[in-house]
Design a protein around this ligand. Structure first.
Ligand code: F6R
Length: 369
């Protein structure tokens, strides 16, 4: 069933373009986003005053990326909470709260219990799920399925990008219903989304070999740091989680702006640091801040691997390695920037001779609390 690929994970990363294309399919009509599953829910989307996203692990990082899009496009405040934390506090939620759960399996016990808890508290619930008919969508008022196809490797990859695509569709759908975006502005974002599969394919085609080589050189590395800003921040967290999970290497992701508030003390000569560089076209300010972060850590001996858009020359004199992603709108970048990180984690685990599909101590679906 691996279709000639050495592992399910390598097959599933190769399916990231398709996972997004299939998730978009049938939900875009002439530049407008219309999710058939959400027909009849306009009143709900008009009535809510906030959204709480609940999920665990990689799905929670997808939620953090989604927060930027929902707030920017649909103008609804969003909190992202780990399901197991949400449930054991006394959260302020009620009928004006939409609780959006995200789960590949639809069976994660922590997330399921949080959905039930939210319902008991009177919140409305919507599930983003990859498994038809799973328990979490059955326990929710509405569901938007991701169509990533079955994910077998324990580490989530194609489901992660499909979750972000579904959240973006949801954000644009709600933006239309609430009138927070013009039809033209929505159509522009739709175009950007539809271009993502081809752009990811380009990264897979042009960067895979280099990333595998890089991972081989780094097989003895004991710790890797990941930095990002804005939507690059949750991608840094995702890059670190994948590395811990399948390579058993200590890894941490930070918001780049947080560095000087503590973590920069970790930088010593030779420390590998991945830095996700935002496009200079979207925000020269954000871009220049990340470039100066690279300069600061380089001055302290860090070995910097930058993930930057094609043509961004500012990173060349500062970074040790530059992995390129195609040009895209700012909110689209995380869908591209994560691909080299998935390839890297897989490359490193492979270089260490580990089973990338079945990492130690982990199960694909965590059905206990
Ligand atoms: C990481 C990973 C886990 C899952 C998490 C939630 O690669 O796979 O962090 O994302 O256990 O699982 P689901 O999405 O099935 O609820």
């Amino acid at each position: 069933e691996k279709g000639g690929w050495p592992s399910f994970m390598s097959k599933e990363v190769s399916e990231e373009p398709e996972a997004i294309a299939n998730t978009l399919r049938g939900r875009i009509n002439n530049g407008a986003v219309e999710i058939p599953e959400l027909d009849g829910l306009d009143g709900l989307f008009e009535g809510i005053s906030r959204i709480v996203v609940i999920a665990c692990g990689t799905a929670a990082y997808a939620g953090q990326v989604g927060k930027y899009a929902i707030e920017q496009w649909a103008r609804i405040p969003v909190d992202v909470e780990l399901a197991h934390e949400f449930r054991y506090r006394d959260p302020v939620i009620g009928p004006d709260t939409l609780v959006v759960s995200i789960s590949q399996s639809g069976e994660t016990m922590d997330t399921l219990m949080a959905v039930k808890f939210a319902r008991e508290r009177g919140a409305r619930t919507l599930s983003i799920c990859n498994t038809q008919g799973a328990t979490i969508p059955r326990e929710s008022d509405a569901v938007v399925y991701t169509h990533a196809g079955p994910e077998v490797a324990v580490a989530s990859t194609k489901a992660f990008v499909a979750q972000i695509a579904a959240l973006y569709l949801l954000a644009l759908h709600v933006a239309r219903v609430r009138g927070t975006m013009s039809a033209e502005a929505i159509a522009e974002q739709v175009d950007e989304l539809e271009a993502v599969p081809t752009k990811i394919q380009r990264i897979l085609d042009t960067e895979s070999a280099r990333i595998t080589e890089l991972a081989h050189w780094m097989a003895d590395t004991r710790s890797v740091l990941f930095l990002g800003r804005h939507v690059g921040f949750p991608i840094a967290l995702e890059g670190a989680l994948k590395l811990k999970e399948i390579s058993y290497i200590h890894a941490e992701g930070f918001a780049a702006g947080e560095l000087k508030h503590g973590p920069i003390a970790l930088i010593e000569p030779g420390q590998p640091v991945f830095v996700i560089v935002p496009s200079p076209r979207a925000s020269a300010l954000l871009h220049s801040k990340v470039v100066s972060t690279i300069e600061e850590i380089r001055a302290r001996g860090a070995r910097v691997i930058a993930i930057a858009e094609e043509g961004d020359a500012a990173v060349l004199p500062t970074a040790d390695e530059v992995l390129r992603i195609p040009l895209a709108a700012p909110l689209i970048e995380p869908l591209l920037a994560v691909v080299p990180l998935h390839l890297f984690a897989m490359g490193l685990a492979t270089a260490k001779g580990l089973d990338v599909d079945q990492p130690r101590n982990l199960a694909k679906s965590v059905t206990v609390e």
